[in-house]
Ligand binder design. Structure first.
Ligand code: OAD
Length: 229
């Protein structure tokens, strides 16, 4: 049997854990320039600047705890087992700390670094990356394991396969403006999935969304998870 439910999460699910979302009032991209910290050019031009930005975010993570929405998704995974797949655009580790196991970090993972010479060389890392940090497999230079703008997100084959076969696709706490994630709802719908949106702001008459539930993630996600059959 294939995957029954695919969940896509974005920054909004971690907002009530105190992590900044990217867009909107006081969002991350109001404080930082994408061109300085989140593009391949930025990494070539000033790698230390890029590393320091992600070092700062990594160092702050232990101060933020998973919230009721992360926990509800981890519990739903326990109930559904192989029928469940969680895809997140978030680079924080709150899903894992809530107990989720089947999580694909399509935009990368703050708790990992990657080799500059061989993209298969990735490793867990909870310290401060510097220009001297070396790949433990081959000794080459490293970079944050973050998918920058203009780079291709991870796990796309696996995600598309799951979207093709799922009965339900739910997207939570995402503004749905960054592709390819923004296209998952129409892709899943075209293969017959029922599509649900759980967000603080919901789309008006979105042709790909069957049901929208408006509210804070910590309030609406646990309820929705409980009711999912
Ligand atoms: P955004 O910041 O674009 O959108 C966050 C969404 O969460 C908005 O639609 C908010 O209305 C909603 N929201 C805020 N607080 C909420 C709450 N308490 N409960 C429920 N919803 C809430 O974040 P993403 O859509 O995740 O990529 O952004 C997508 C990508 O753009 C990110 O992964 C990142 C960014 O640039 C990279 O860094 C590559």
């Amino acid at each position: 049997m294939g995957i029954k439910l695919v969940v896509l999460t974005g920054a909004g699910i971690s907002a009530e854990s105190g992590l900044r979302t990217f867009r909107g009032n006081d969002g991350m991209w109001e404080h930082e320039n994408i061109e300085d910290v989140c593009t391949p050019r930025a990494l070539r031009r000033d790698p230390k600047r890029v590393m320091d930005f992600y070092n700062f975010l990594r160092k702050g993570l232990p101060n933020h705890q998973p919230n009721a929405a992360h926990i509800a998704l981890a519990e739903l995974e326990k109930r559904l087992g192989d029928d469940f797949l969680l895809v997140t655009q978030n680079v924080d580790n709150l899903h894992e700390r809530a107990g989720s196991k089947r999580v694909l970090h399509m935009h990368g993972d703050l708790m990992k670094l990657r080799c500059m010479d061989n993209s298969d060389h990735e490793f867990m890392f909870d310290g401060e990356e510097t220009l001297e940090t070396k790949c433990p497999f081959c000794g080459a230079k490293t970079r944050p394991d973050i998918v920058f703008f203009e780079e291709v997100p991870f796990y796309m084959d696996e995600i598309q396969a799951a979207l093709r076969e799922c009965k339900e696709f739910v997207y939570i706490g995402t503004s749905s403006v960054v592709y390819p994630a923004a296209g998952f709802k129409s892709f899943a719908k075209s293969f017959g999935a029922h599509v649900t949106c759980l967000n603080l702001e919901v789309p008006d008459n979105d042709p790909y969304t069957d049901v929208s539930i408006q509210g804070k993630a910590t309030e609406i996600v646990p309820k929705w998870c409980e009711s999912f059959k």
